[in-house]
Design a binder for this molecule. Sequence first.
Ligand SMILES: Cc1ncc(COP(=O)(O)O)c(C=O)c1O
Length: 413
Amino acid sequence: MDIFEKLLKHLGPIGEHSDRAHGYFAFPKLEGEIGPRMNFRGNEKIVWSLNNYLGLANHPEVRATDAKAAADFGLASPMGARMMSGNTNYHEQLENELSDYMGKEATTLLNYGYQGIMSAIDAIVGRRDVIVYDAECHASILDGLRLHPGKRYVFKHNDMEDFDKQMKRATELAKTNGGGILVVTEGVFGMAGDQGKLKEIAAFKDKYEFRLLVDDAHGFGTMGKTGAGTGEEQGVQDKIDLLFNTFAKSGASIGAFISGEKAIINFLRYNMRSQIFAKSIPLPIVVGHLKRVQLMRQHPEMKAKLWENVNKLQNGLKARGFNIGRTNSPVTPIYLQGDIPEATAMCLDLRENYNIFCSIVVYPVIPKGQIIYRLIPTAAHNDEDIELTLNAFSETKAKLDQKVYEVAEIPMV
Ligand SMILES: Cc1ncc(COP(=O)(O)O)c(C=O)c1O
């Protein structure tokens, strides 16, 4: 049998809609400068689907630094993996500044967040060790777990009773095997926007022996007094043994980093396969990151503006009767009921007639019959963007309730 045959029969849960969705609901092209207003198919839309939380993507100093660094160094430099030939003073300077910002002893850069966290998990655990993780952890963590040759226990999302139960099982097993326990959770869960219970989990350190790895992709730059993240927000930054962050969101760039104790970070530096066997982050990106970190630390007003917009948007939605679930971060989900064709018809109306561009989540990511719109407010949005969006959602929700969007199939665009 040709191995490719099945790929054409089963296109995957999203791929099966590709003939109707491609270019519009999937793989849309947003054009123009990154910001709250961008072009989609020739028309300006108010955009709520970019994790450009602090508005850094189009910040003049960021743009100037990126451009100069690209001209100075070129995109190729340095060639090779960090360990072999791809290290520079700038890479090390960035690591030192990030350690200082995160309040950790040491940091190592990761060329991509996804592979980086997978690889960190892979490097830490062995067959005797046990992983305990939150049920709603990101795909990159789940893929890291798939590399683990030992046992893993999942606890119900943010459920500390279940965490306790799983930790008890994990502790017994680790003892029998002569291994240790790695607990993995997130600072801010990217779909629902609720914070991980870092403080509660950290308190379990009095009861069980474990190390805590936190993925704070959405918390970096947005949470805590200085933007150092959800650990800072909850007053337990020092209890996080390994702190993972990405530049792909607030940092408005690409690449990531992991921070912790010096000896452990050094171990990771020499043992993460995704870094040893892959090219290091190009210099223009590293220099661009230095500028971003400087701005994040020196301009708290960007985070203040983000939160002003978060509160306006979230309070506005709540006042209009929308269910935004349990978010306590900038991530703003709107929970509605409807099937996939209905959801896409509503999304189409929002895009075409109200000029609102936001991400939509449907089955199989969430249960059948549910629709989640996921809005990401940023520091760059203004009151008009928010007001127009609130009105658009009120009107389209009324149409949804009146079954105006009941269609048999995903609309062809
Ligand atoms: C929670 C979380 N972890 C990890 C990643 C992967 O990071 P990156 O985009 O830097 O590969 C993402 C997505 O960006 C994420 O949302």
